[in-house]
Design a protein around this ligand. Structure first.
Ligand SMILES: Cc1cc2nc3c(=O)[nH]c(=O)nc-3n(C[C@H](O)[C@H](O)[C@H](O)COP(=O)(O)OP(=O)(O)OC[C@H]3O[C@@H](n4cnc5c(N)ncnc54)[C@H](O)[C@@H]3O)c2cc1C
Length: 423
């Protein structure tokens, strides 16, 4: 398929082994490249809670690993339908197939473990406890905290929302801004909810429920085949933003927020010991994902973070990995700048669609009850999650199809030195 010379495979360094980094490693390895990964933390913990994986990502992962898809599907929530409910009494306003909405919902840590296992099965070296402290996009190379320097043909930074590589690529530090919302979120073993008639229905079988209210919504679902329950309460929050995955939430505040909510889910929340407080930070789209010399390239949350309502963070990172690997194959070893620049051009509009889908659904939910007087029917279509439009997409096929046109355009940009900004 590709035009790379056969003597030495392209060497790719991947910085970061989150879900996006693992997907990138699988895509690059599948393309026949030599891959080395560096990860800052010494050991991965089971962090986060529910994460959606859509068919747009699963079809790619299935091509790159013989075992991963089955493991991911097994981890995912098995409910056929999810319910969208009215805040104060839980009346079901709409039902929607789960596979049209977020795809497979599972615990981020469980999915991450499956991704890491798939990477290990392919024999890709992953160096844990190896923080990259410096990038050089001329060689290109990375320098680790212990002083070691590693050179490759291409550096792919998949280093998350607090990316150091983004600064290098942009030439300035891109600060987060508040989205105006925060989430309180908790997950825990569900056994003690089974004995209470008020809460039992949320743990007896696998389920996904969403309560929509004015300027807030609460998502509840089971994890690990019903052994665990997860709830995420999104609410208005204009407090100072502190981007943290670990800040403890104030349970008094949470209980106050659900005082007027469906008593059944309010009881689940009351039976929760502790939660986390996530300020939902936002970043404006950035004008480039590729360094000046075209050999350090961003993938995943570091260049395209998503709101939780997008349910596409890991899936879009997987698509980005696929497009980058295809561009490198199509361009060949001598044309890495062409490949990285075509990559960002293909990815930017697609990612924006997934990002704005998340904003759109949040806004529709938070205003739905304003549009009708209480008690009146809400138009079902106005509150559905519309992610299914993202699932048919095949990132690899699209790259092959668009390569001739976009590579001609980018060749001209590289010749004149006038790279058009993404935004
Ligand atoms: C702790 C945590 C919890 C999350 N929880 C959820 C959730 O519950 N639901 C959801 O939908 N999404 C969640 N997300 C986001 C989701 O995981 C991402 O949208 C998706 O997986 C794509 O992320 P990524 O791989 O691009 O970045 P990340 O998942 O952030 O991974 C980046 C990796 O790069 C490593 N790294 C960073 N800097 C360096 C460096 N200088 N050198 C070496 N390594 C470095 C980090 O340690 C990390 O492992 C969470 C993310 C994190 C980090």
């Amino acid at each position: 398929m590709g035009s790379l010379p056969t003597e030495r495979p392209l060497k790719v360094i991947i910085v970061g082994a989150g879900l996006g980094g693992c997907a990138t490693a699988l895509a690059m390895h599948h393309a026949g490249f030599e891959v080395v990964m560096f990860e800052k933390v010494g050991e991965f913990l089971r962090l986060g809670d529910s994460l959606g994986l859509g068919e747009n990502a699963l079809k790619l992962l299935d091509r790159w690993s013989p075992t991963l898809r089955a493991r991911l599907v097994d981890i995912g929530n098995k409910s056929e339908l999810m319910q969208i409910r009215r805040w104060h009494d839980g009346k079901v306003l709409a039902r929607q197939p789960l596979m049209d909405m977020a795809g497979f919902i599972g615990h981020r840590g469980d999915y991450h473990r499956a991704f890491l296992n798939a990477v290990a099965e392919q024999g890709v070296p992953l160096h844990m406890g190896s923080e990259v402290v410096e990038y050089d996009d001329t060689m290109p190379s990375v320098t680790l905290k212990n002083g070691e320097r590693h050179v490759a043909d291409l550096i792919v930074a998949v280093d998350g929302i607090k990316s150091r590589a983004r600064e290098l690529v942009l030439g300035f530090d891109d600060h987060p801004k508040s989205s105006g919302y925060a989430c309180f979120r908790a997950f825990f073993e569900a056994a003690h909810l089974r004995g209470d008639p008020l809460t039992a229905e949320f743990v007896e079988r696998e389920c996904v429920n969403i309560w929509i209210g004015r300027d807030k919504h609460l998502v509840q679902n089971t994890l690990r085949n019903g052994a665990e329950v997860n709830w995420i309460l999104t609410h208005k929050d204009t407090a100072d933003i502190q981007e943290s995955w670990f800040q403890p939430g104030n349970m008094h505040e949470v209980r106050r927020l659900v005082e007027d909510c469906d008593p059944r889910i309010a009881a689940v929340v009351r039976k929760t010991d502790a939660c986390l407080d996530w300020k939902i930070c936002y970043r404006d789209p950035i004008p480039t994902w590729v360094s000046k010399n075209h050999r350090v390239v961003l993938v995943g949350d570091c260049c395209h973070p998503h709101l939780p309502t997008s349910a596409q963070g890991a899936s879009q990172a997987t698509e980005s990995a696929a497009v980058l690997a295809q561009c490198l194959l199509l361009g060949g070893r001598e044309n890495i700048p062409l490949a990285t620049r075509v990559y960002e051009k293909i990815r930017f509009p697609r990612v924006r669609r997934a990002q704005t889908n998340g904003e759109d659904v949040r806004d529709r939910w938070h205003s739905a009850l304003d549009k009708v007087r209480d008690g009146q029917e809400i138009e079902r279509d106005s509150i559905l999650i519309k992610n299914h439009v993202l699932y048919d997409y095949d990132a690899e096929a699209d790259t092959k199809k668009r390569w001739p046109e976009l590579s001609a355009l980018v060749s001209e940009e590289l010749r004149t030195g006038q790279i058009t900004p993404l935004c």
